[in-house]
Design a protein around this ligand. Structure first.
Ligand code: WQD
Length: 339
């Protein structure tokens, strides 16, 4: 299948391109390179032997999307990864989050429908669920727009609604909403991984920077939550498992709009993740307990049973696989792709 990956040169898109190639598909990337590097194309070629075509441009611009179809189409499917994704930044810059995260969807749908794509796969998030009473989250758990704490998550839930309504008006289009939990890890080769700009906000890349000595210590944001060790629990998923979930979603796209949780179903605490990273590195890392971070839930994790039943997909990689692969990537690329 020939697949346009919008925002495909980013963290999840790059790993998905590799998994698609390995499954015999033909990915093409459209990316403005605002938060990644074209070096990923060389790295993917090193891993797979294939050079993925890259169209550099804004997925919110119909003419750019049309240009990608003209140059590399027709496409069977679009996977839409192109979005701003920093929760805190979205609170400070709501307008740019709503505009970018929705305009990209509109342009991709407008062009995709005219050009006859069969499937549209959307990068959604486990943060569309807001009520801890629903843990572990199934796909039916509460999604209340006004209860969500930040514009990033709201923009994702709004996208889900847009896609659901567009699909209802265009029954020939299969829409799949993939709700990611906490993607971490890197390709086992150490050639591709997460390359956040500036100081990372998320736990795993932060710990990785502490481990290479670029940051002083890990701050544990609260150890008085109602969890087994008092620190926050998340459903970390290896990015290669997540990438394979996209391949299965494309191969099993069904009529209508269908949402799937992509997570492991296993809650892992901050202390457990740091301990796993310490095992990977082979030494203790400097760390101290800090106040809770505003807006954090004690625990978020899903039940991934629907994806297993309907897509034949399940995450197989452990937390130790995730930290080992991040450490390998971080050591080989201490300054990221362009370091
Ligand atoms: C995990 C845990 C923190 C940093 C993120 C994204 C969100 C999303 C999913 C997309 C929490 C604790 C963190 C640190 C810490 N993806 N922590 N010290 O908050 O679950 O959400 O992943 O939709 O966009 O923001 O992930 O990695 O920031 O935090 O103790 O330096 O680690 O309090 O318990 P989170 P995270």
């Amino acid at each position: 299948m020939r697949v346009l990956l919008a925002g495909g040169a980013g963290y999840v898109g790059t790993h998905t391109a590799i998994s698609l190639l390995e499954a015999g598909h033909e990915p093409v990337m459209l990316d403005d390179l605002s938060n990644t590097s074209s070096v990923v194309i060389d790295r993917i070629a090193e891993i797979t032997g294939a050079r993925v075509p890259l169209v550099v441009g804004d997925a919110a611009d119909d003419e750019v999307v049309e240009g990608a179809f003209d140059a590399h189409g027709p496409f069977d499917a679009i996977v839409h990864f192109a979005a701003y994704k920093a929760v805190g930044e979205s609170v400070a810059q709501p307008l740019s989050y709503y505009a970018n995260n929705l305009d990209t969807t509109y342009a991709l749908l407008r062009v995709g429908l005219v050009r006859g794509i069969r499937s549209f796969v959307f990068s959604s998030t486990g943060t569309v669920y807001s009520d801890p009473a629903d843990l572990p989250f199934t796909e039916e758990a509460t999604r209340n727009l006004v209860a969500l704490s930040n514009p990033y998550s709201k923009s994702k839930l709004m996208n889900e609604q847009v896609l659901t309504d567009v699909q209802a008006a265009h029954p020939e289009l299969n829409v799949t909403l993939l709700r990611y939990f906490n993607p971490v890890g890197a390709h086992a080769s150490g050639l591709v991984g997460e390359d956040p700009k500036g100081t990372p906000n998320n736990l795993m890349p932060f710990v990785a920077r502490v481990a290479v000595g670029a940051l002083d210590e890990v701050g544990i944001f609260g150890d008085d939550y109602d969890t087994p060790d008092g620190t926050g629990q998340r459903d970390y998923i290896h990015v290669v498992d997540l990438a394979e979930g996209h391949v299965k979603a494309l191969e099993n796209a069904a009529p209508g709009t269908t949402a799937y949780n992509l997570g492991t179903g296993n809650p892992v605490s901050v202390r457990e993740l740091v301990a796993s990273f310490e095992r990977a590195v082979g030494r203790e890392l400097p760390k101290s307990v800090k106040p809770r971070r505003a807006g954090d839930l004690a625990a978020t994790y899903c039940t991934p049973a629907k994806a297993e039943a309907e897509l034949g997909w399940r995450a197989t990689r452990t937390i130790d696989d995730m930290t080992r692969d991040v450490w390998n990537w971080q050591q080989k690329n201490p300054g990221g792709y362009e370091g």
